[in-house]
Design a protein around this ligand. Structure first.
Ligand code: BES
Ligand code: ZN
Ligand code: ZN
Length: 470
């Protein structure tokens, strides 16, 4: 396993190769300061200061080569501007000439993530180490990277090895490591207390029993923050079975759980002064003679009755009960993460989580956090006008909209019914997956919205960063 703390080290003047950063504006001035040999080399390879282009600069001594790379703006480095180099350079130590990596440190680490648990002969690759004299940035950036790597690992792991019991084990490890209290509700107690989580997981109960996994941590006097995650270990769609193409990636339907567990670990490891309540509603949405059916009516923990219009709209059911439980402790803030709808992907594509919130300040802090971390979000409306799409003939509400319009909005409106008016709440409908690689971000499991939410929490609760808007 990669130890990300090995990949960034305090700059104590160690031997390292130099990376020169240039942009369109600074290039000509920079070029004037190069040796005749370097200038001739750059002219010969046709180097132009276009974004993400790089070249090797030969040194007088063959061992002393350096790198020049182009970025959009040398004075404002993005998270991803060094990511390509971190993927392709030979192993060894590097330092930036005349500046610190800033946000690009994260991309440097992120680019070196690998998931080769299931490869018989994984390629052996050494690390590329970046030196920085901004030593204060090292710990927090490594912590964020570990959180992102945890999300990727959990999502990438096949459903056979990442069922509700395995998700519970991850929560147990995190709780133990940081002095949190773990509570797991399953079996008869789940059926009584969380009827919708039980109903969704019932078909797989024999081998992959559904459960509510809770971690509590922090001092009672501190502001209560609840994190709620959708932990469907595999979503076959249930009796409303998905087509093969739609089912192929459904090991990732616990992506919301992965996000909140990683966030919980960030909070606990940093000692943030909050009273944390992390809830993961975990079940496999399978098919058996005992499966819940279209047309069934479930009585939720909150008491609202829900008519099942489609067994594939299972995420909102498990979240409904978990949100109810979270609300009972009267938190000042609830944040949920869920791979909730295909409609959110149709609207925003894979890169942009849909953000819903009943609180404008919270939404704006999250959007600002997303910009700060290069972890973008897009706010969508909790448009009450569509609430009628959740009406049914025989119950308080239905779990699937009566039309296929506004599928992500109606899912969010369903969740809203389980959040008390006046409690600040944010809902992330995220993909937790990257269908193709981008610099520093491999194909596969992806943390999308995690670092934006972490930035928001730091802005609101971290003693050092409190009130500091990114
Ligand atoms: N897990 C899926 C949502 C999903 C699908 C996320 C594809 C990302 C990619 C969810 O449980 C689901 O199947 N939702 C249905 C709801 C519908 C039946 C009302 C959907 O979005 O099609
Ligand atoms: Zn589904
Ligand atoms: Zn699902």
């Amino acid at each position: 396993m990669t130890d990300y703390s090995d990949l960034v080290q305090p700059d104590k003047g160690q031997d390292a190769r130099t990376i020169h950063l240039v942009d369109k504006k600074s290039y000509d001035g920079w070029l004037k300061g190069r040796s005749a040999r370097e200038r001739a080399h750059l002219a010969a390879v046709g180097f132009k200061p276009d974004a993400f282009v790089h070249a090797i600069l030969p040194g007088d001594d063959p061992e002393r080569w350096a790198i020049v790379t182009t970025v959009a703006d040398v004075n404002s480095l993005s998270a991803w501007c060094l990511a390509k180099l971190a993927q392709i350079l030979p192993e060894g130590r590097y330092r930036l000439e005349g500046q610190q990596p800033g946000k690009a440190l994260f991309g440097w680490l992120s680019a070196q993530y690998r998931f080769d648990t299931y490869k018989s002969n994984p390629p052996v690759k050494g690390g590329r180490v970046l030196l920085t004299s901004d030593v204060g940035a090292i710990g927090p950036t490594v912590a964020e990277m570990r959180a992102v790597a945890l999300v990727r690992d959990l999502v990438n792991t096949p459903a056979a090895d990442m069922g509700p019991a395995a998700i519970e084990k991850v929560a147990e490890r995190i709780a133990k490591a940081h002095g949190g209290k773990l509570t797991v509700t399953k079996g008869e107690a789940l059926e009584q207390g969380y009827p919708m989580i039980h109903a969704v997981g019932r078909a797989a109960a024999k081998h992959h029993a559904p459960r509510l996994i809770e971690i509590e941590w922090g001092k009672d006097g501190h502001p209560r923050v609840a994190l709620v995650g959708k932990g469907i270990s595999f979503d076959s769609g249930g009796l409303d079975i998905k087509p093969a193409s739609g089912m192929r990636l459904m090991k990732k339907d616990m992506g919301g759980a992965a996000h909140v567990l990683a966030l919980a670990e960030l909070i606990m490891a940093s000692g943030m002064p909050v009273r944390l309540h992390c809830l993961v509603a975990s079940a496999e949405n399978a098919i058996s003679g005992d499966a819940f059916r279209p047309g069934d009516v479930l009585k939720s923990r909150k008491g609202l009755t829900v008519e099942i219009g489609n067994t594939d709209a299972e995420g909102r059911l498990v979240l409904g009960d978990a949100l109810t439980k979270a609300s009972e402790a009267e938190p000042e803030l609830i944040v949920d993460f869920a791979t909730l709808t295909g409609a959110a992907r149709v609207a925003l594509g894979p890169d942009l989580p849909a953000l819903y919130s009943n609180d404008d300040d919270l939404a704006s802090d999250l959007l600002a956090g997303g910009i700060d971390r290069d972890d973008p979000l897009w706010r969508m409306p909790l448009w009450d006008g569509y609430a009628e799409l959740l009406e049914t003939d025989i119950a308080d509400l239905g779990n699937a909209g009566t039309s296929s319009f506004a599928g992500s909005i109606t899912a969010a409106l369903f969740l809203k019914r389980f959040v008390p008016d006046g409690t600040a709440w944010a809902h992330f409908d995220t993909f937790a997956w990257r269908p193709s690689a981008k610099h520093g971000r491999p194909k596969g499991g992806a943390a999308l919205g995690l670092r934006a939410a972490w930035a928001m929490l730091q802005m609101r609760y971290d003693r050092r960063k409190k009130g500091e808007r990114p």
